[in-house]
Write a protein that binds this ligand. Structure first.
Ligand code: KG4
Ligand code: ZN
Length: 335
């Protein structure tokens, strides 16, 4: 079964061709530079950029895969959640492709696609797991009882982990998005140099909160402005902020897995690219005898391959495709 998938929920225009669970192509055109000067994603600019890039990106995905449109068995796209005018571009284009080809169309929940991205290419090894989804807009813990059956246990009550990386980095004067920059600088910094709060770490729930940490970094920089003139101190600050975020994510994930009696942890979403998070999750899982499956780095950030793979699994499981007149669901929360 061969599918074309499109993803335009935020600032990545992506198209992928997948066949029988394998990725034949996964083309991602990032708009990061476009939004950098605004310090965040501007929805209308994102939508206009998707309009400009979507067809060339889809064409590249098809030609890289060596697939002609007539060879497609279905077309999939992100249906939500995301920025409404950005979602519309990929969703409507995919519906139109499916309509023209007279093939099924499958609308996919972006977070559900993240949830299964650690299993791409290895679904035969699937086991019940506790999944951490950490991105720029979301931080959540999801119990995946069996394939396509999951329950959200908790999430952030304010800022997401990626947002915390990006906003604290902005306070330090780092380029947007600051997550990858902090990651790089933190590698040469001392994570115990400065002590920042670990919000909700000791609360017996699966929720997260990162806005207090961001505020405490704001006050710390306000009271120590000279620190930003010293490269070593900036590296120490990055390492200390990262250590606080990572400790909360890792400890709460492990605790939740134990509480829910699952032996496997998975992680996905842009922040899962973070080397500190990957390292500490590995260490903690090893110590606790848990299996760890991290999404591959190129599949952590937004991409259409994960959309196509999940759509393929749904077709295989005979989940009925939505009606042709289905619309986008910008606020579609995973439950
Ligand atoms: O999943 P994603 O591409 O888009 C959303 O759905 O939000 O995640 C983007 C987020 C941004 O906040 C970015 O700073 C963060 O992922 N990120 C990282 C790293 N790479 C991306 N955060 C920390 N360390 C990284 N290496
Ligand atoms: Zn995402």
């Amino acid at each position: 079964m061969t599918l074309l998938a499109l993803e335009t929920s935020c600032d990545e225009t992506s198209a992928a061709v997948v066949r029988d669970g394998k990725i034949l192509s996964n083309v991602v055109s990032s708009q990061i530079k476009l939004h950098a000067e605004y310090g965040g994603v501007v929805p209308e600019l994102a939508a206009r950029e998707h309009l400009k890039n979507l067809l060339p990106v889809a064409q590249s995905a098809l030609s890289e895969a060596g697939i002609s449109p007539s060879a497609l068995d279905a077309v999939a796209a992100t249906q939500g959640p995301g920025l409404a005018i950005a979602l519309l571009v990929g969703f409507k284009a995919a519906q139109a492709f499916a309509f023209a080809l007279n093939k099924p169309f499958i609308g996919i929940n972006h977070h559900e696609a993240h949830l299964y991205s650690p299993w791409i290419g290895q679904f035969e090894k699937f086991q019940p797991n506790l999944s951490l989804i950490v991105s720029g807009g979301h931080t959540m813990l999801v119990l995946v009882e069996s394939e396509l059956k999951h329950r959200v246990l908790g999430g952030t009550i304010d800022d997401a982990a990626g947002e915390c990386f990006d906003k604290t980095g902005k306070l330090m004067g780092l380029a947007y998005p600051a997550g990858p920059v902090i990651d790089k600088l933190a590698e040469q910094g001392n994570p115990t140099a400065y002590d920042f709060p670990r919000p909700l770490l000791h609360d017996a729930n699966d929720d997260f909160s990162f806005s207090g940490l961001k505020t405490s970094v704001r006050y710390f920089i306000r009271d120590n402005p000279a620190l930003l003139d010293d490269d070593k101190k900036i590296r120490d600050l990055c390492a200390s902020v990262q250590a606080a975020i990572v400790e909360v994510l890792v400890k709460k994930t492990i605790r939740s897995a134990k509480r829910n009696g699952v032996r496997c942890i998975t992680a996905s979403g842009g922040v899962t690219c973070n080397s500190g998070l990957r390292r500490e999750l590995e260490r903690a899982c090893q110590k606790n005898g848990l299996t760890l499956r991290l999404a591959e780095k190129n599949l952590c950030t937004d991409n259409a391959a994960m959309i196509g793979i999940l759509a393929g699994r749904k077709l295989l499981a005979n989940v009925p495709p939505p009606a042709f007149d289905e619309e986008i669901k910008p606020g579609w929360a995973l439950v």
